[in-house]
Design a protein around this ligand. Structure first.
Ligand code: ARG
Length: 469
């Protein structure tokens, strides 16, 4: 008999080069644990509806546990001729318990099996990822305590714009990663819909109970698995072709990678002598083989660089899906490569990022030495004028002229004598000195979500509460 579980209608052996070309065991062995989980639930469901006896079910479940243990210990030898993880596990089962093992695949196809495995795997992975994102958020919030009094220039176009509390920067990243977490939670609602039971493409004439499978595997249609309800995919053709949940997951990963890349880029700039804002921990920098003084931000550069792969993975999965007729096509086997690559890449970045965030040090002296440069207070001075009834555009022009005056005198707005300020606009009074200078500005920026001292303190408290525990 052929080694292949599908060999019945074939009278020629598969060309070994075809086996090598079509195998996926080299990468889908990662699905072993979820494949076993899925098969055990399937066996229990089959027993419930009478397609297996209780004893057959017990034998299958126990033997699958043994096989799972062997795989986890690295004892299973992967064979190209067995194609994929599903056939490896099924043939190991049959080898051990014979005809009972030959019943496991009743009312199931690898098409619904692989999607079930993938969904279980994606669910676990996204949950892990959510935890890593939370760690990173916590690292940023911790920084808020250490840097509570530090003011940084805020930039637009990478030009000095207005001052903000350093914590405002840290919480900006918390917000981005929070949206990433929300996207993951939303994606999980669709991951959490049971494919199993769609069989090859058309369902089955056998009396299966898909609700039972959904219950056993925790497919609840919800972001978390504890709602008690169940969700079963309603169209078998859709099931065997649906990889939306993978495309979404990879996109979610790519946006995390893009957020990490933007942060890495910012800190790479901040570590330069030109900025001098930040010092990275030695453990997270590398030296040069020729220039003894170098301390290079290679980890941050690679976090930035690796985002390219994850972005490419989005393109890969979408291109893979775009021309597929219903239902399953073997093209879909390549879906895992894109997902695993995106997952591994983002996970590796997220495992390093929190320590970099925690251990980097702001160079407060260098920052403060130049903090009054760049007219970070110009906008607040304009707002002072608005508060005195000057139309916004007029105030803008007045301050613009004062900035020019300062540039020609090589001084700051705070250095201009009151008389000179009043010459520019007669609405200016002595109290203006409370509106210029960086510290005054951060004391006055007060709108909800602004970078001023009090507004940021409110946000820090809210984040601490949110991430508690
Ligand atoms: N290894 C295959 C995959 O990843 C499993 C499904 C095979 N199905 C089939 N009809 N050949 O997609």
């Amino acid at each position: 008999m052929s080694v292949k579980p599908w060999g019945g209608a074939f009278d020629e052996q598969t060309d070994p080069r075809v086996e090598k070309f079509t195998e996926s065991i080299s990468f889908d062995h990662r699905l072993a644990a979820v494949d076993i989980r899925g098969s055990q639930a399937h066996a229990r469901m089959l027993a419930k509806v009478g397609l297996l006896t209780a004893d057959e079910c017990r034998q299958i479940v126990e033997t699958l546990d043994q096989i799972g243990g062997e795989i986890a210990r690295g004892e299973m030898v992967w064979k190209t001729e067995l194609e994929d993880i599903h056939m490896h596990i099924e043939s190991a089962l049959i080898q051990r318990i014979g005809d009972v093992g030959r019943k496991l695949h009743t009312a199931r196809s690898r098409n619904d099996q692989v999607s079930t495995d993938l969904k279980l795997y994606v669910r676990d992975s996204l949950t892990t990822l959510d935890g890593l994102l939370e760690e990173l958020q916590k690292a940023f919030v911790e920084r808020c305590e250490a840097d509570a009094d530090v003011v940084l220039p805020g930039f637009t176009h990478l030009q000095r714009a207005q001052p903000v509390m350093a914590s405002h920067y840290w919480l900006a990243y918390c917000e981005k990663f929070q949206r990433d977490r929300e996207r993951i939670a939303d994606c999980l609602k669709r991951v959490n819909v049971l494919p199993l039971g769609a069989a090859a493409l058309a369902g089955t004439s056998l009396p299966i109970d898909r609700d039972e499978s959904a219950k056993l595997l925790g497919f609840t249609g919800a972001a978390a698995t504890d709602t008690g309800s169940i969700a079963v995919a309603a169209n078998s053709l859709d099931v065997s072709s649906d990889r939306d949940y993978l495309a979404e997951s990879i996109f979610d990963l790519s946006l995390i990678a893009v957020h990490l890349s933007g942060w890495a880029e910012e800190w790479i700039l901040w570590c330069t002598t030109e900025f001098g804002f930040l010092k990275l921990p030695d453990a997270y920098t590398t030296g040069s083989s020729i220039m003894p003084q170098k301390r290079n931000p290679d980890v941050l550069e690679l976090i930035r660089g690796k985002s390219a792969r994850v972005i490419a993975d989005v393109t890969q999965i979408l291109t893979l899906l775009k021309g597929l007729p219903l239902a399953y096509n073997r093209d879909l086997q390549e879906d895992k490569l894109a997902f695993f690559d995106a997952l591994d890449t983002v996970q590796a970045c997220l495992e390093l990022a929190p320590n970099i965030v925690r251990r980097a040090r702001l160079q407060v002296e260098t920052i403060n030495a130049r903090l009054e440069e760049g007219f970070l207070d110009a906008t607040t001075l304009m707002e002072y004028l608005i508060g005195r009834g000057v139309p916004m555009r007029t105030g803008h022009e007045v301050v613009g002229k004062l900035v020019r005056l300062c540039e020609s005198k090589k001084c700051k707005l705070a250095d201009l004598p009151l008389a000179e300020l009043q010459q520019a606009c007669d609405k200016i009074e002595a109290g203006v000195s409370d509106y210029i200078g960086v510290q005054n500005v951060v004391a006055r920026l007060s709108s909800h979500g602004s970078g001023g001292r009090a507004a940021v303190q409110t946000q820090v408290a809210a984040w601490r509460e949110r991430l508690k525990g």
